[in-house]
Write a new protein. Structure first.
Length: 640
């Protein structure tokens, strides 16, 4: 059998099982005999009311599954997240510093020179000498500009220098920065036997101590565990620059997400674990928020637990939250905003005493979540369209309630609600957005104490950045081997590979990519289709709530012509899983056939795929044949 096509058996089997599951759901949705439900279904479309029942959390029934699920995925999130130690001291080359000269006790045959890059881009001329008089300049390999290259795509990484020959004899080493300022974190001289030359055998000027003071941190080889990868080079680096008070070149996104990343760096240092910590934490915090939303919507602990497990087992949530990029924070605050919007919709709005105040509390929290999210990444603006639609539908429903009950005062209620909404969805988010630029202002020499927030230059800086971001994202013309379009996202057809390396003579592979759990994504889109039919047929409110969220997140990408990637589908996955939970809830309410087995089996299948694909989600080395036989479901499209 052709090894490249063996794995096709798995997606075919998954699609067959999903088709059987949804056929079961369709059968369960039909009412048997002449019942009240059958009469309701055959009477045609009912009037749309946008009325929900909010089910409360049950402390006794919900605390155990919520705690277990959160603890499970917290352990998985932080396991193998990255090294907790990395070089923390840097030698800064300046126009005045001159070359870095290093000499050894005796001539050594150098096999490699490993170096850890720091801030600023550029490169270094590397020269070797046996006598300190005659120097042999090392030539860069093809694709590099310098023998010791430090481009923006390789900051805070362990790198190997380009040497002219294997096992090159050298006693003197001269490193000259080709642009300044530029920082180098650590330098490791590796002999022909693959051993690091002991620091006691290396001499240098005292100013160069930062290059050799953390030799115990030199790894056997560069890997994702000890270095930055993908867009961490922008967002993780920007977080460090904020802490250093350095002007960041990463200004294609709002600042708050990068400020959140910097909290992890403050706690754990500029290490892989430090710059990834906050993303992993927010990825874990998504789970209890999602559980609460599911329980509020459907009232069943089983649905809340199984739906949250599906979210936990989704590959995109797991991989994307373990990398130091800002998408995680946008998705977290989208989820939080929709939770509070649901609680607003389900609050009592009639003329009872205190009802208005009670309804405005979740609306305020929704607006706050929206504002913090927008200051993290602009994808939250798309969620704002969905939230606005639900808010408008809620006001229409409240107006009908006032009219039906003959209760006066709707006009006053409407005015107060609209004014409050303007405050929490416009004024508060604008204030959060403006304040999020304080680190940028500080890097430009302004301080809050000396009037940064009153300085016109501060607001000009913010405005110029908005113009740049809009121009950048609307006019970006680029090509990327892992780019994709929205149809490919729905089909889970084009993962984006973040890391790949081979070991043991290419018999072991370490790789991971961002894509979706097929059971979750394929089944989720089937559930979206089922809910669309349900809403058209019966005007079902919960179906509309989910559909509004899904459409508001994916619709803008249908119109965008710039290069995009599958991780842009991340916010939409929230509503895919809500749709699956709706299907599960229907099965449990109908108690059709082996309904519990169907719900538990679906959840277990997602968990089984998570275990199966674990090496492709974490970079844990696995045999090359395992990737080919079991994980490459779509040959030519799935890259690992």
């Amino acid at each position: 059998m052709n090894i490249d096509y063996f794995a096709i058996v798995f997606p075919i089997a998954a699609l067959v099982c999903l088709a059987m599951f949804f056929r079961y759901y369709v059968r369960a949705s039909r009412s048997a005999g002449v019942t009240l439900d059958w009469i309701d279904q055959t009477m045609g479309k009912r009037r749309f009311e946008l009325k929900f029942q909010r089910y409360p959390m049950d402390g006794k029934r919900d605390s155990a599954p919520l705690a277990v699920i959160t603890a499970l995925f917290a352990a998985l999130a932080f396991l193998g997240l990255g090294d907790t130690k990395a070089p923390q001291s840097y030698y800064r080359f300046t126009p005045e510093s001159g070359p870095a000269l290093i000499w050894l006790d005796e001539t050594v045959e150098l096999g490699d020179i490993m170096f850890y890059t720091g801030l600023w881009t550029g490169g270094y001329t590397l020269e070797l000498s046996a006598d300190g008089v005659n120097w042999d300049e090392q030539l860069p390999a093809e694709g590099s500009k310098y023998a010791m290259d430090q481009p923006h795509s390789h900051l805070f990484k362990w790198r190997l220098a380009d040497l002219n020959a294997d096992n090159q004899p050298a006693r003197y080493i001269r490193i000259t920065a080709q642009s300044t300022p530029i920082e180098l974190g650590e330098l490791a001289l590796i002999d022909a036997e693959g051993e690091v030359v002991p620091a006691r055998s290396v001499s240098f000027a005292p100013a160069l101590d930062a290059l050799f003071d953390e030799q115990e941190l030199v790894p056997p080889y560069p890997t994702y565990l000890n270095s930055m990868y993908f867009d961490e080079i922008y967002h993780g680096r920007a977080a460090f620059e904020n802490l250093r008070g350095v002007h960041s070149n990463e200004n294609s996104h709002p600042p708050l997400g990068k400020a959140i990343i910097s909290l992890g760096v403050t706690l754990f240092g500029m290490t892989p674990f430090g710059w990834r910590f906050m993303g992993a934490l927010f990825g874990v915090m998504m789970l209890p928020v999602f559980y609460i939303l599911l329980k509020n919507m459907f009232g069943k602990t089983v649905v809340a637990a199984c739906g949250t497990l599906l979210f936990g087992f989704d590959f995109m949530r797991f991989v994307q939250t373990r990398i130091a990029t800002i998408d995680t924070y946008g998705v977290f605050f989208i989820l939080l905003a929709y939770l509070f919007m649901f609680r607003y919709i389900t609050s009592n709005a009639r003329g009872e005493k205190g009802a208005l105040r009670d309804s405005l509390r979740p609306l305020a929290l929704c607006g706050l979540s929206f504002g913090v999210g927008c200051a993290s990444k602009w994808i939250v603006v798309y969620a704002g369209a969905g939230l606005a639609a639900l808010f408008a539908l809620r006001l229409i429903a409240v107006r009908r309630d006032f009219a039906r009950g003959g209760t006066p005062g709707f006009r006053a209620y409407l005015v107060k609600t609209l004014l409050f909404a303007g405050l929490v969805f416009v004024v508060v988010p604008a204030a959060i957005y403006i304040l999020s630029y304080i680190p940028n202002g500080a890097a430009s020499g302004m301080t809050v104490r000396t009037g940064m927030l009153k300085n016109p230059a501060y607001y000009k800086m913010i405005w110029e950045n908005q113009k740049f971001m809009f121009s950048y994202h609307s006019k970006l013309v680029a090509e990327h081997s892992y780019s994709s379009m929205w149809l490919q996202w729905i089909a889970d057809a084009r993962p984006i590979l973040y890391f790949r390396a081979y070991y043991n003579n290419n018999s072991l592979k370490s790789a991971f990519a961002a894509f979706g759990n097929p059971v979750v994504w394929w089944g989720g889109f089937m559930a979206i289709a089922a809910l669309t039919a349900l809403f058209v047929r019966r005007r079902e409110e919960a179906a509309l709530y989910i559909l509004v969220g899904y459409v508001s997140q994916i619709a803008p990408w249908l119109l965008i012509s710039r290069i995009v990637f599958i991780y842009h589908y991340f916010p939409s996955t929230l509503f895919l899983i809500l749709a699956i939970a709706h299907v599960m809830n229907t099965l449990l309410e109908r108690e059709y056939g082996r309904y519990k087995a169907a719900v538990y089996g679906y959840t277990a299948s997602a968990g089984a795929l998570f275990v199966m694909f674990y090496p492709a989600l974490t970079g844990v080395p696995a045999p090359e044949w395992y990737f080919k036989y079991f994980l490459r479901w779509l040959p030519g499209a799935w890259p690992f």
